[in-house]
Design a protein around this ligand. Structure first.
Ligand code: PEP
Length: 246
């Protein structure tokens, strides 16, 4: 567990240049408050402009290709997003696992590509409602994490995000005890693979976090921060989450 909470915004396929002022306000908040750490992942088109002026937060990408170059139309390598100004990338988001059929092996390869480029990664895992209702959530997510974990996983460059698929963008949030149980199980799974360094690896919760529920979620054991979608699109909605993390 780390002292400072880490609050990351994922803009998904939202945002034009006129929205960059939102990141500016988030950056200004973090300049004033050193007890919270934040990052925003705008669409790739805005990474360079966001990174040039917002230096009190990290700017990240939402995805990266696992290869360094080649015939992969529409994709971006780690070196490309790094040159644009991204310091890390989200990988394995459930929307990409579902829409782009990304497998655990592909996610592990993306993580390895980021590490090779000396960048960070936020690796997402999470169960569907069907798996939760079947009572298999913890076993499924722990196995998904271990199968997506790259060689050399370590807390200095890798962060985990637990995001139940059924909680993303739905306004539904698991019971606090379910979040705490999952995060403890993921910490134990990490320990089985990487040993004592698992204590320092950040495990974020994601799924319908907002200004009203952030304080409670962030106070749970083993919750080191939050990955936020919808409520990260405006400073008005995101700043109360940062406030709750101070
Ligand atoms: C996400 O997509 O990573 C996410 C957590 O979205 P939301 O906060 O909108 O549920």
């Amino acid at each position: 567990m780390r002292e400072k909470k880490y609050i990351v915004g994922n803009w998904k396929m939202n945002g034009l240049a006129s929205d960059l002022m939102q990141i500016g306000e988030i950056n200004a908040f973090c300049r004033r408050h050193a007890t919270v750490e934040s990052a925003v992942c705008p669409p790739a088109t805005l990474i360079a402009r966001a990174a040039q002026v917002n230096t009190d937060i990290a700017i990240g990408a939402q995805d990266v290709h696992h290869e360094a170059s080649g015939a992969h139309t529409g994709c971006m390598s780690a070196a490309m997003i790094k040159e644009a100004g991204a310091r890390f990338s989200i990988i394995g988001h459930s929307e990409r696992r579902a829409d782009q059929h990304e497998t655990n092996d592909m996610v592990a390869a993306k993580a390895a590509a980021l590490k090779a480029a000396d960048m960070g990664a936020i690796l997402c895992v999470g169960e569907t409602l069907e798996t939760r209702d079947a009572g298999d959530a913890i076993d499924f997510v722990a196995a998904q994490l271990l199968a997506s974990l790259p060689n050399g996983a370590s807390s200095d460059w890798l962060t985990i995000a637990y995001e139940p698929v059924w909680a993303i963008g739905t306004g539904r949030v698991p019971e606090n005890s379910d979040i705490a149980d999952m995060h403890a199980a993921l910490r134990a799974a990490l320990a089985s693979k990487i040993g004592a360094n698992s204590e320092n690896m950040r495990i974020l919760y994601g799924g319908s976090v907002n200004g009203g529920n952030a304080a409670e979620i962030l106070s749970l054991d083993n919750v080191d921060g939050a990955l936020v979608g919808g409520a990260s699109l405006t400073a008005e909605k995101f700043l109360p989450i940062l406030q709750a993390a101070l």
